[in-house]
Design a protein. Sequence first.
Length: 172
Amino acid sequence: MSSIQVRPATLRDAKAIAQIHTASAMEAYRGLVPDDQLKSMSSVEKRQAYWREAIEFCEPQVQVAIDGDKPLFDCLEIRDRCAVFDEAPPAWATRGVCSIHAVMQSAEKAMRHELRQHTLLDIANRAIDKAPNSYGTQVVQWLTARSVNRRGEKSEESLPPARKSVRTRNRA
């Protein structure tokens, strides 16, 4: 069974997508285009700006495929390049798991455990409990406008009455 998950990209994915896009373009075009042209294609920042815009505004929506669980923290092992040691750290400085990485792994584990204790419905109900009655209508209007802008779907006015209403919990 595959552990690959496909989901809509978020703005947080733009840098990783840009890095993959840049690396694959560099590899694909190496030897086919002049080196100076290849170098001009190597800007991750330009591609990141492009992908941020594509993720936010384009149709069809950008999707990402993730193989397995994507860690929230990705240790870059900066201790291997520590300026204090003139980029030649002694063995003791790089022995074992990076201390920052260990703390971040522990925090990620605790966060994932806590998130498993709640559903989106739980979170929505908390918001409903504290929000004024008009909030549901505002959310529907905002989501509808966003949907129209991003996907070209029907506007609020063209929706049937059943779709315009929001289920609100009984407040007692």
